[in-house]
Write a protein that binds this ligand. Structure first.
Ligand code: SF4
Length: 348
């Protein structure tokens, strides 16, 4: 039985019409789920008993269960969630000056095998349903509201385990629920989807008419280095990726992308790399988010020296490339993507 939380408002409206109801019914149900936060059909008191019974026969209330929680001294909270088939995924809550952001996983494991990523060690088993992604946000949102009624999740990044465009339809429905005024009402500009560079997904996403932010995990300024760090580059090399990003900008009404760039000592943090990077992305008008590497797995990679991070950053700024160095969260817990789940699997 499908979880009611898997339905975007548009999909639920079609479903209600197919069940002989008026289109208004879906808004009524959304209001119970996301405004009044009820957890059963019985509580939906303005719906007739007979139709509540019908709803019970057609939908479940399944959401992931929180199985393990780690809290960092800086307030970052990382949870392992158990899905209905026993699989585990991670979600992370981070506290910024501007609000609370949840980093959501979109798949169980990941097939992209990026060399610097703990998630890539665990092969993809399946994509998450939109309810399984939404459950990660709802858990943190309800936790915050209980702590302080003024607090709630304000931002969401689909940047945890998984390649979102390898699970496109479910990710899109999840985003629609987050963004809907009848759903969680998180503004489109507060939602970011991060891809390792799956070109068909980028092109499709540009035509959705959404104002969602797109981030590209780039991590290398040339094919030789990117082939080595990110095997996806063999399928979608830079000479195809960059034009696809430019096309995305045109289709999406001028949305700019953010390039994620993990700095690994002596690998991709040299001044030559900085020069190549500036040249490569200049035509996209994108921003660069520099991320000093957090060594989590035994792959021989080390974190760049702070002085090198500064030099790399300053060079980009000199070349008029907007760039920031990402603030670190949860360095005292297993906060890197895939780390907590990898450890859990290892320990059984
Ligand atoms: S960085 Fe993202 S796309 Fe690459 S292996 Fe990790 S989860 Fe997958």
């Amino acid at each position: 039985m499908t979880s009611i939380y898997s339905y975007s408002l548009e999909d639920l409206t079609s479903k209600m019409i197919s069940m002989g109801q008026s289109s208004y019914r879906s808004k009524q149900i959304f209001s119970w789920l996301y405004k009044k936060r009820v957890h059963s059909f019985e509580e939906m008191s303005d719906i007739s008993k007979a139709f509540r019974e019908e709803l019970k026969e057609n939908f479940s209330f399944d959401l992931p269960e929180m199985a393990l929680k780690q809290e960092s001294a800086d307030g970052t909270i990382k949870c392992l969630f158990r899905l209905s088939d026993g699989e585990m995924v991670e979600g992370v809550l981070m506290h910024y000056e501007y609000g609370f952001s949840v980093c959501v996983s979109s798949q169980v494991g990941c097939n992209m095998a990026c060399k610097f990523c703990a998630s890539g060690l665990l092969k993809k088993k399946r994509g998450l349903t939109s309810a399984e992604m939404l459950g990660q946000v709802l858990f943190f949102d309800e936790m915050l509201r209980k702590r302080n009624p003024e607090e709630h999740v304000t931002h969401c990044v689909v940047m945890g385990t998984g390649e979102p465009f390898d699970n496109y339809d479910n990710v899109l429905s999840f985003i629609r629920i987050l963004n809907s005024p009848f759903g969680l009402e998180i503004g489109a500009r507060h939602i970011t989807v991060s891809t390792c560079g799956v070109i068909p997904g980028i092109l499709r996403f540009g035509k959705e008419g959404l104002q969602i932010n797109l981030a590209i995990s780039l991590h290398a300024p040339n094919n030789t280095l990117r082939d080595m760090l990110m095997p996806i580059n063999h399928a979608y090399p830079l000479e195809k990726l960059i034009p696809a990003i430019i096309q995305y900008g045109k289709d999406s009404g001028g949305r700019r992308v953010t390039f994620e760039y993990i700095l690994i000592k002596g690998v991709n943090d040299t001044m030559d790399c900085s020069r190549e990077l500036a040249r490569l992305i200049a035509p996209t008008f994108g921003y660069v988010n520099l991320i000093p590497y957090n060594p989590v797995i035994e792959n021989g990679f080390e974190r760049s020296d702070d002085s090198q991070v500064e030099l790399f950053h300053n060079f980009l700024l000199q070349k008029h490339i907007k760039s920031t160095i990402r603030k670190e969260f949860g360095s005292d817990i297993d906060a890197a993507c895939g780390q907590l789940r990898a450890k859990h699997e290892k320990n059984g």
